[in-house]
Ligand binder design. Structure first.
Ligand code: NI
Length: 187
């Protein structure tokens, strides 16, 4: 088990486009994926992309724990998933706003619009095709992680730049607004 160092916003690896993984069954890729899962669970977070651990490859890991799934279509709990060379397709024009965190932007969160429904595909570590449709929180996690592979961090996706800040400050503000704020998931 290895906990990897997580790159923080400002490190150039986070703004580069990651390269395709030549072979998902390569033992080096397997080790990277295992270490990424350990790092994500230790953080703790619900998702992690390879550039966040200073590796410019198109590989993401994520899961949707029982307590985070909203239960809508495609939004049940999702077991630990490793996705190599993923692609994401938008299945709805409709977007939803929700608070997001990122392990590369500690202690902060922002309100980000994301497509409500997506389809995604990629390869697992045996080289088998994984193909799923996702909604709600599940769709949000995958879109957030996929963005990392194209060098995009959530602040560039904000609909309203004032809706980002430190979690403890925002919690106070949101309590005053009497808005029901979901705790942000670090990813
Ligand atoms: Ni992130």
């Amino acid at each position: 088990m290895a906990i990897l160092k997580i790159a923080r916003m400002g490190h150039p690896v986070l703004s580069r486009t990651a390269a395709p993984v030549p072979d998902p069954t390569d033992p080096e890729v397997q080790r990277l994926a295992r270490d990424m899962v350990d790092t994500m669970l230790d953080a703790p977070g619900v998702g992690l992309a390879a550039p966040q651990v200073h590796v410019g490859l198109r590989l993401i890991v994520f899961h949707v724990p029982e307590g985070r799934a909203a239960g809508g279509e495609g939004d049940g709990p999702v077991p630990l998933t490793v996705l190599v060379n993923p692609t994401v397709e938008r299945l709805s024009e409709e977007t939803a706003l929700a608070w997001e965190g990122c392990l590369s932007i500690p202690d902060m969160m922002g309100e980000v619009p994301r497509a409500l429904r997506i389809g995604y595909r990629g390869y697992d570590l045996s080289g088998r095709l994984v193909e799923r449709e996702a909604g709600g929180f599940h769709a949000r996690v995958v879109q957030h992680e996929y963005d990392h592979l194209d060098g995009i961090l959530y602040p560039t996706r904000l609909a309203d730049p004032t809706r980002m800040g430190f979690v403890d400050e925002l919690r106070k503000m949101l309590a005053e607004e009497q808005t029901e704020a979901e705790p942000p998931a670090e990813r």
